[in-house]
Design a protein around this ligand. Sequence first.
Ligand SMILES: Cc1ncc(C[n+]2csc(CCOP(=O)(O)OP(=O)(O)O)c2C)c(N)n1
Length: 640
Amino acid sequence: MLLESIRTVADLRKLDARELPLLAQEIRDYIVDVVSSTGGHLASSLGVVELTIALHCVFKTPQDKIIWDVGHQSYAHKILTGRREEFVTLRKFGGISGFPKRAESPFDAYNTGHSSTSLSLALGEAVGRDLKHEKYKVVAVIGDGSLTGGMAFEALNQIGHLKNDLIIVLNDNEHSISKNVGALPAYLMRMITGSIYNRFRKRSYEIIRKIPRIGNRIYDFLYKMEAGFKGILLPGHLFEDMGIRYFGPVDGHDINLLMDIFSRLKSINDGPKLLHVITKKGKGYRPAEINPAVFHGIGPFSRETGQLLEGYRLSYSELVGKTLARLARKDKKIVAITAAMKLGTGLYEFERKVPDRFFDVGIAEQHAITFAAGLASKGFKPFVSIYSTFLQRAVDQIIHDVAIMNLPVRMLVDRAGIVGSDGETHHGLFDVSILKSIPNLVFLAPANGRELQAMVEYASHYDRGPLVIRYPRGHVADVSGLVSPDFDFKPGKVKIIKKGKDVALLALGDMVHTAMLCVDILEKRGIGAAVVNLISIKPLDVEGIEREISHTAYFVTMENAYHIGGVGEYIVGAISPHLRHKCLFNAGFPDRFITHGTTSQLFRQNGLDADTLAEKISRLVAKKILHGRKKKARHISIRK
Ligand SMILES: Cc1ncc(C[n+]2csc(CCOP(=O)(O)OP(=O)(O)O)c2C)c(N)n1
């Protein structure tokens, strides 16, 4: 096995060029082996194995910087840069991250996870390098999907203007998660399929390759000729027109060709250059090649069949997709919008059933929200479904383009709360603190599938302003009875689930389930607990909450979000001052970035599982009771 001899890139660089395709095969096998048991971003990583080898062979990493956009395709990079053995711990609690992470390796130039940041990072790095008169290369690797994100265009604009030396590798596999959509991908496709141009390009590269040490002058001549032809044959040559020298398209699975081109690009020391590389998503593993969208991010699966190991269970996202599709068939004003996440958000069913009112805007969360604002002002009922973590991108659009005008945009905040093995870049822990301070919003959180369905129905009729529903990643437990929700629900009204006299557990969303588990533990310890399903973050049912906590000695709040700025703090600030002392604590995630692992490991690690919460509650209640008794005794002895 070649791979066993590779501890780090120095070993890689010792290999003979003829051995590299075999190494690529071994890396692929290893990635499929590990990801079939850990789950992860398989198809994207399989597509860039040759590209990764060529980059690390030619560039002197880690002095030269490789910046992976999103970073989900960095598995071969991790394996080749000293993490071959740890790779089996991928995405596991305490193991290596599924994304580049500086703390993990000096080869990981930046922490990434969200899309379209690589070009800005690369430009910042290159400008910093040049200001300090340092000498090394900066390479950004960005996918065709990530290039649809607004930030990438903003960076290209400045890259073309500043003209610092940097290399952009455009990894074009025609896919974002699903098939890439929009005008830019269509433009890239035209470049790849322009046949006269392709014939010319192939010939020119053949010529270059036949000359072992081509002089820069010949190369420049060919380059200029190529650029000239491209200008004639490809109308509106986007990158060249922006001041970025364009090379390609080339086969991204031909390691020797890639190494040859990278060596030449490396020797051009001025200006930004873009190499357009064509790869196959899922390359080398048949099920992923056939179905790259499903194998984009996948749970543990059988290597032999490609089938998921966990049987099918309805997710919250799919429930939303099904409910919306059903409503939209009757209500012609309902429109669904996704930012490149139709599978993850469950909207594929909507697309199938109502294709003319389904919009995939690309990786463009900001645009998605403002696009929805325009539709809402035309009297449509836009539902934008975005993961909580990616909605962070669109906060100003929610404030400026939706809330100030009070436009009825419905925002479905998927993956709200802890998400598990994708880790700190992907947890949805900020939405409560950010969104609840925006005026005009109605902000809801269902405790189960039935409530979620009722809220989506409610949102389809609610047209007085923007409305947000946050729900977690995961499966719906209460599948029965979902088609006709009987949940009597009003925004701004809490729901009392259980009465109890000692402590009220005021729980938000999926934490209602945790609260119910706490009740059982507390009752075994002689503590009677009430459970209140908060339902609505905004409007907050201050009256209902005050009524409930006035019947109990203490209360605790529980949320799957950051504690700072969370609903717990909001409640304590909103209730009458004489009730505030009853608050034992506000349970939420502490003030630090939360690592990767299973959701149950992460809840436990942060003291938010039922056992730890019940333990803390009973300890505090016992302490307070004891303290109360002591005070009473002191009072009696003073009177005596
Ligand atoms: C801001 C943001 N929105 C959505 C995502 C989810 N996401 C991860 S990878 C990906 C597709 C990226 O496509 P591309 O850059 O072409 O890479 P590929 O997976 O095809 O190699 C998306 C939408 C994200 N990471 N960041």
